[in-house]
Design a protein around this ligand. Structure first.
Ligand code: ADP
Length: 243
């Protein structure tokens, strides 16, 4: 369903992604693991061209974007097919939970307000915030703010949701509620890629795990294989340090 081919990205002289190939099937939950600085977030951001790759191709179903030829329209179309959940939520502070979720539906998808409101309420109910529709972010806990971020992504009904370390800004006691929501929507068959340091979660919820180091995919496979019988020494060392 999603195919990345030969994705390369440099910042100045530093080559952060050195030619990444990755295939994601419909309904997959892909966890990307790896040491800090290995290029995980950059890879995620290349999928929707928040970072433009220097080389390579992103394909979602039949829609292919080659970084050498990508037009503004191509990038707009690509973004319509994806939604991202950010580490720091990226909510509008002067908008309520409901307005935050409605924003993309009204401004980007051009839905009538009434329809947008309906979809936004549904999404907020799905993440357990049906009773917080009119609260401002400052009145919500970090976990609740991130659940608004997830509702915003869900409401867009994208082909794939990209999660960039969705729990790493949270106090430990708030991590569980956000992981529970992600687990629930993963169970509904929504295709997703999650950059995470939550090993137990990756092991439990992912259908496919990718281990990156130093800008390359070192190893990938189903969780029982990657966690149970990793083939590469670098993967073994990383898991030993992280679990
Ligand atoms: P990870 O998510 O695995 O921690 P990142 O993709 O965030 O890794 O970063 C990989 C490397 O790219 C790091 O060395 C980081 O400093 C660098 N980097 C990421 N984004 C930028 C940027 N916008 N400008 C310059 N360097 C960047």
């Amino acid at each position: 369903m999603i195919k990345l081919t030969g994705i390369k990205k440099s910042f100045g002289k530093q080559e952060v992604l050195k030619g990444i190939d990755l295939t994601v099937e419909q309904g997959d939950v892909v966890a990307i693991l790896g040491p800090s600085g290995s290029g995980k977030t950059t890879l995620l951001r290349c999928i929707n061209y928040l970072e433009r790759p220097n080389d390579g191709e992103v394909a979602i179903h039949q829609f292919k974007v080659d970084c050498k030829r990508a037009s503004k329209q191509d990038i707009h179309t690509l973004r319509q097919k994806t939604a991202m959940v950010f580490q720091n939520y990226n909510l509008f502070k002067h908008k309520t939970a409901l307005e935050n979720v409605m924003e993309g539906l009204v401004i980007v998808q051009k839905l009538p307000k009434q329809k947008a409101r309906e979809l936004a309420v549904q999404a907020l109910e799905k993440v357990g915030l049906g009773n917080k529709l009119n609260e401002y972010p400052s009145r919500l806990s970090g976990g609740q703010q991130q659940r608004v971020g997830i509702a915003r992504a869900l409401a867009l009904n994208p082909e794939i949701i990209l999660f960039d370390e969705p729990t790493s800004a949270l106090d430990p006691e708030l991590v569980g509620e956000v992981l529970a929501v992600i687990r629930k929507i993963a169970g509904e068959g929504i295709t997703m890629i999650i950059v995470t340091h939550e090993m137990a979660f990756a092991r439990d919820v992912a259908s496919h795990v990718v281990f990156m180091d130093d800008g390359v995919v070192v190893e990938e496979g189903p969780p029982h294989q990657l966690f149970g019988t990793p083939k590469e020494e670098r993967t073994r060392q990383f898991l030993k340090r992280s679990i």
